[in-house]
Design a protein around this ligand. Structure first.
Ligand SMILES: [Zn+2]
Length: 295
């Protein structure tokens, strides 16, 4: 979401203040920390619907969908737990400006939402951010002890060039970027350098589709494997009909479709690709209240 809704959204040159560790890739950091060699935990995965946005135009999610059709989209965070890791994939949002701009139904702050799955916000060890849009990165400050994982390109672009003349920052909340940069100065951000990186045992991130400057999605190993798409695949209809979503640039539509095919391959089955905003997730998987048990 966000790019499709055409949301209009200054930081000093971040590159100047990044430390020497910047050139170290996430994989090297993981290996240095001894995590990459660790056995893959048997992760549980749940989706938590923290809000619903009714009447969202379908053609902002599925390119070529007929005018006038709408969908009540789910706003989700995803919890992946195992081996001592409490990982949140995307962090939702909480800032009042967005609640005033959009009419959400049944909104619940993401830190309260995770408690529905018996997780205290302070217990979240890692937050993997698919992309920097306000409805995905706007909750990082609610999880004060978590290490934030984001693509290096995403971090660099939205903390510098995006705000220069000609830059694109639709759907990016400056307050989120400030929080991210601050978190980095505390040593609590890990920059992932590109595609197919294992950042925690059995959890790999992939790039390829844009949506924003450098979006990513994840594959969680286990029985069975699941791919969590976030906005790289909004709905089951995108997946079924191989239709692109709204992306960073219209010329990237082919890249978005290619990424969806790859997600199916990585998951081993289209049914194990979990789209980012499809309310049907909460029908396909066993759901109690707002919490869908994916695995
Ligand atoms: Zn988005």
């Amino acid at each position: 979401m966000a790019a499709g809704a055409a949301l209009a959204g200054c930081l000093a040159a971040f590159a100047l203040i990044v430390g020497a560790g910047e050139s170290t890739t996430a994989r090297e950091q993981s290996q240095a920390a001894g995590t990459a060699a660790a056995p893959t935990p048997s992760y549980s995965i749940v989706g938590i619907r923290y809000a619903t946005l009714k009447g969202f135009p379908l053609n902002a999610l599925v390119m070529g969908a007929p005018e006038g059709h709408t969908i009540d989209i789910s706003m989700s965070v995803w919890l992946i737990r195992g081996g001592g890791h409490v990982v949140l994939f995307d962090s939702g949002f909480h800032r009042r400006k967005w609640l005033e701009q959009f009419k959400f139904d049944e909104y619940m702050s993401p830190d309260a939402a995770v408690q529905l799955a018996a997780v205290e916000p302070g217990d979240v060890t890692d937050v993997i951010i698919s992309h920097a849009h306000w409805d995905h990165m706007g909750g990082i400050d609610l999880f004060p002890k978590a290490t934030i994982w984001i693509q290096k390109g995403e971090f660099e672009y939205y903390s510098s060039e995006a705000w220069q003349p000609g830059g694109k920052h639709g759907g990016i909340d400056p307050d989120d970027i400030l929080e991210l940069v601050t978190r980095n100065t505390r040593g609590m951000v890990r920059l992932i350098d590109g595609d197919d990186e294992e950042i925690l045992p059995g959890i790999r991130v992939f790039t390829g589709a844009r949506h924003t400057f450098a979006s990513q999605y994840i594959r969680a190993a286990g029985e069975p494997v699941y791919v969590l798409a976030s906005d790289n695949c909004y709905t089951y209809q995108n997946l079924r009909e191989h239709k692109p979503g709204a992306t960073f640039s219209p010329s990237d539509a082919g890249g978005n479709v290619a990424a969806q095919w790859r997600m199916i391959e990585l998951a081993g089955d289209a049914d194990r690709v979990v789209p980012g905003h499809d309310p049907a997730v909460y029908e396909r998987f066993p759901t109690k209240g707002r919490v869908a048990k994916i695995r």
